[in-house]
Ligand binder design. Structure first.
Ligand SMILES: [Fe+2]
Length: 341
């Protein structure tokens, strides 16, 4: 049976949408356009959409967004939208933020630019679903079904007019997209390994204390590693943040082996709970110790690792525990080659 945008499944969550605290992480694996005259919105929070493979054509109340592989999109709470598939099936993750909004991180001593720059975010223009008749805008009105997520559950209602009836808009509450290839990576220029927070694309501050976030969305994209007689892998460590991570395919070439479904475990994701040990594997550690310490381009395999780092403890959903296998070796990776959504 086919799956559409409304069939995303909960992987993990923290807090409570009713109390507007915390977040949820969903996975989607969709094979079908949303049915005609059917729209969706989350009343629980802003949706950060992270495609892993495939493109999403998103018609929103405020205009259209074509979100390709290696791009992300944010749709604010309550903005109705309809998702279709311009290039076939698509899969990926959604981080649903129950409190506050995503924004760019403070750059501190970095200064005025780098990481994700404001100029690279793309915002839709109004796309009215209708026609001009004698100078009047007339919507393509018919019976629509509106599906809404509220408290993690889906509800639906019907209305006799199109939800995409905005002819023009201005304001500060809008959907947007960002091409991750435009991220200006910063790193050490001599030795040592900066904290992965340096790779933050978007953050949702919690304001509990300076520098803390409900969630930081970070990516580890292709970059130069500069090493001078130093060990360049992240230290094996524990930290107070909970880390949810997974791969997204950055190579958009259809002939790329990742896009052919080869040698890639597409639904692999991992959770490192607060104060749980994590880091490079023993094999990676040995390899890193043996390799020459000279500048090298890394992360060129055609996929990028993303991180959702949250100060909130994440609970894995019953569905995820039931459907996914736990690799009990050392990695704690939740994986399954195909989801049974
Ligand atoms: Fe960590």
């Amino acid at each position: 049976m086919g799956q559409d945008w409304t069939n995303a499944r909960l992987l993990a969550h923290s807090g409570d949408a009713y109390m507007k605290t915390g977040l949820a992480v969903y996975i989607f694996a969709i094979t079908e356009d949303m049915k005609d005259a059917r729209a969706f919105s989350s009343l629980d929070g802003d949706m950060l959409i992270i495609p892993q493979q495939g493109a999403l054509d998103i018609q929103t109340e405020l205009g259209n967004l074509l979100v390709r592989q290696n791009e992300i999109a944010v749709i604010p709470r309550g903005i109705r939208h309809r998702v279709t598939l311009p290039t076939g099936q698509a899969r990926g993750y959604i981080c649903e933020l129950f409190q506050g909004h995503f924004r760019l991180p403070e750059l501190g001593p970095i200064g005025s630019c780098s990481l994700a720059n404001v100029r690279d975010f793309q915002i839709p223009v109004a796309a009215f679903d209708g026609t001009l008749q004698n100078g009047r805008a007339c919507g393509n009105n018919r019976q629509w079904q509106i599906v809404s997520r509220f408290g993690g559950r889906l509800f639906s209602c019907t209305q006799g007019h199109t939800p995409f009836d905005v002819a023009a808009w201005n304001g500060t509450y809008y959907p947007y997209k960002y091409d991750l290839a435009r991220f200006c990576v910063l790193g050490s220029a001599l030795y040592d390994h900066p904290d992965p927070s340096l790779f933050t694309v978007l953050t949702a501050p919690s304001y509990r204390e300076p520098g803390t976030g409900v969630v930081d969305f970070a990516i580890i994209p292709p970059r130069w590693n500069v090493m001078e007689n130093t060990y360049w892998l992240p230290y094996y460590h524990r930290n107070t943040m909970t880390e949810f991570s997974g791969p997204i395919i950055s190579n958009q070439d259809e002939s790329c082996k990742w896009n052919q479904g080869l040698e890639f475990q597409p639904y692999g994701a991992s959770v490192a709970s607060a104060m749980a040990c994590h880091g490079a594997s023993n094999g990676e550690h040995i390899k890193a110790g043996d390799q020459a310490t000279e500048p090298q381009k890394v992360g060129t395999e055609g996929f990028t690792i993303f991180l959702l780092e949250t100060e909130c403890p994440l609970s894995i959903s019953d569905w995820a525990i039931q459907e996914f296998q736990v690799d009990g070796q050392t990695s704690g990776i939740l994986h399954k080659t195909r989801p049974s959504l």
